[in-house]
Design a protein around this ligand. Structure first.
Ligand code: DX5
Ligand code: ZN
Length: 215
């Protein structure tokens, strides 16, 4: 069963509580929460305070994508803010990714790594036993509304083969440029979780869009 994780980066920042509350009825599985620090990526969004404020608005899992240089500093603050899933970039300044994944698990959350479009799958294969999920960026991180990078499909197939070869059940999450057409291609290649920002929040009927993304 494919999971759809709308990214609130594309929601109305002035009406975030209501936007998050509506997602369950609209058929979302997770709420994707894009944290940007203005250093790792050229944009700044929101942090644990926003996560804590939104937690009462939904019982869907909060999927926190940390686009920050020092992700391990934010594991406990996001746990305290009610996060369920935390993913950290292999390209960040975190020197000890394996330990950071263990720290996320020690806080009782699901853990994963994120790979930028330029980063090969080999950067995460030895971390797979510590990963509940791997997020493959299908755009360069920082902004919503960009076009899907088709080379991602090859990366999904390669990662899926690595996961299967190890007998693991690691989920593959895709983030960026997901629309009904690219969603289908991602699922055929082996994706399990699809993040969608502009597709969902700019749709006249978000519920129908979420259904369309499921295929
Ligand atoms: C980009 C973010 C994405 C983004 C996706 O840095 O990680 O989650 O919101 O937006 P769309 O779906 O509009 O490409
Ligand atoms: Zn994201």
């Amino acid at each position: 069963m494919i999971k759809i994780a709308p990214s609130i980066l594309s929601a109305d920042f002035a009406a975030m509580g209501n936007a998050v509350r509506a997602l369950k009825e609209q058929g979302a599985d997770w709420v994707h929460f894009d944290v940007m620090d203005g250093n790792f990526v050229p944009n700044i969004t929101f942090g644990p305070g926003m996560c804590k404020a939104l937690r009462p608005y939904t019982d869907l899992p909060l999927d926190v994508h940390l686009m920050v240089e020092h992700p391990s500093d934010w594991i406990v603050p996001f746990k305290d803010a009610g996060a369920d899933v935390v993913t950290i970039h292999v390209e960040s300044q975190e020197r000890h990714l394996h330990r950071a994944l263990q720290q996320i698990h020690a806080q009782g959350m699901k853990a994963g790594v994120v790979l930028n479009p330029a980063t090969p799958i080999s950067a995460c294969v030895h971390l797979l036993p510590e990963c509940d999920l791997v997020l493959l960026m299908s755009v360069n991180p920082g902004f919503g509304g960009q076009s899907f990078i088709p080379e991602t499909l090859r990366k999904i197939r390669e990662l899926k083969a690595e996961i299967n070869a190890r007998g693991l059940d690691t989920l593959i999450e895709i983030d960026g440029g997901v629309n009904p057409e690219t969603a289908k291609q991602c699922v055929e290649a082996g994706a399990d979780v699809l993040v969608a920002g502009s597709a969902v929040f700019r749709a006249p009927d978000p519920k129908a869009m979420i259904q369309a993304l499921r295929g």
